[in-house]
Design a protein around this ligand. Structure first.
Ligand code: 5GP
Length: 345
């Protein structure tokens, strides 16, 4: 049966300013706690092979955020990679479902990992449930389990009931993701967060954050953390070579960034695309962008400022006080730089 409900995402809304009693945006706290563990930044670097390895985990860990390593390497390589990380308490590891997933978790927990992310494109599934239960049985409460991805209350509730501590929300919202184009499935990110927020677990908004304002809106809609892929792509700490290109005598520098379900990633990690499958991601080159801390600083500046626009001293305050307003196309245009001239900075 066709029942067209409305799904909203970041660009569909603005946050309405409210009374502010906080003297300076330096006085807000963006700290978030996850099962007794404190993170001073509500940010997680995405578990993609072109985003999170040791350099990213060390940089994000030193800034007070979390990083989740990707799982597209052998278990031994995964352990070697994890051993290079200084901030082991704030670095998660990823596993898939089934026997490989459990073996990987075992090896990495033995190496000192305590955050395990069960990461599947469509997480509202029996196999993910089984994997979470098996992890809980094996490691009891000694590990923190993140599971996903889901985009509905039913999906989030299912993972919470299986034993997940944190739920990763986002289907089809990623910057190099083509799931909605290939399958028609997904939920616009703000509506997905709003629905999943009904579940009493830590929520991670995964996919679609392009600007600091998207992060503010995701947190205001109920996310405890935002996960970042594209926003961090091209920074010095991402894995991979810097590619140089000379055009009309001028040098340009790029780094690769790709969806984990892209044809390129599947060629590299799965021995090619199976003939019954289609790619649900793309591979791109992005400009090389310098240190990740500069991106994080700009992002956190936006989050802190955003919090004071509604007088929120904490992220929980922001969630309580935030009022969203749906905007028209004219409102969106008004809200982006629209002076006529040449952009210089
Ligand atoms: P971004 O921050 O770039 O908008 O989104 C990052 C997220 O996109 C990742 O954390 C992951 O959930 C999702 N993602 C990564 N690769 C793929 C892919 O190939 N296909 C799909 N559907 N999603 C992807």
């Amino acid at each position: 049966m066709f029942s067209a409900l409305k799904g909203l995402t970041f660009d569909d809304v603005v946050l309405v300013p409210g009374y502010n009693g906080i003297k300076s945006r330096q006085l807000v706290t963006t700290a978030v706690s996850l099962k007794g563990r404190e993170f001073s930044l509500p940010l997680i670097s995405s578990n993609m092979d072109t985003i999170s390895e040791d350099a990213m985990a060390n940089a994000i860990g030193s800034l007070g955020g979390m990083s989740i390593l990707h799982r597209f390497l052998t278990i031994d390589q995964n352990v070697t990679l994890f051993n290079k990380i200084q901030f082991k308490d704030s670095t998660g590891i990823s596993i898939g479902i089934g026997e490989d997933g459990l073996l990987r978790a075992e090896a990495l927990v033995a190496a000192g990992a305590s955050i395990v992310c069960v990461d599947v494109a469509h997480g509202h599934s029996k196999e993910v449930n089984r994997t979470i239960k098996a992890l809980r049985q094996k490691f009891a409460d000694n590990i923190l389990i993140i599971a996903g991805n889901v985009a509905t209350y039913a999906g989030a509730d299912y993972l919470a009931a299986a034993g997940a501590d944190a739920i990763k929300v986002g289907i089809g919202s990623g910057s190099v993701c083509t799931t909605r184009v290939k399958t028609g499935f997904g939920v616009p990110q703000l509506t997905a967060l709003h629905d999943c927020r009904q579940v009493d677990r830590v929520l991670i908004s995964d996919g679609g954050i392009r600007f600091p304002s998207d992060a503010v809106k995701a947190l205001a809609a109920g996310a405890d953390f935002v996960m970042l892929g594209g926003m961090l792509a091209g920074t010095n700490e991402t894995p991979g070579q810097v590619l140089e290109e000379v055009r009309e005598g001028k040098k340009y520098h790029f780094k690769r960034f790709r969806g984990m379900a892209s044809k390129e990633a599947q060629d590299d990690f799965m021995g090619g695309m199976a003939d019954w499958k289609t790619a649900e991601g793309v591979a791109i080159e992005v400009p090389a962008r310098g240190p990740v801390k500069d991106v994080i600083q700009d992002l956190m500046g936006g989050i802190r400022s955003g919090m004071t626009y509604c007088g929120a001293a904490t992220i929980k305050d922001l969630q309580r006080k935030a009022q969203f307003l749906e905007v028209t196309q004219a409102g969106r245009i008004e809200g982006s730089p629209h002076a006529i001239g040449r952009l210089t900075h």
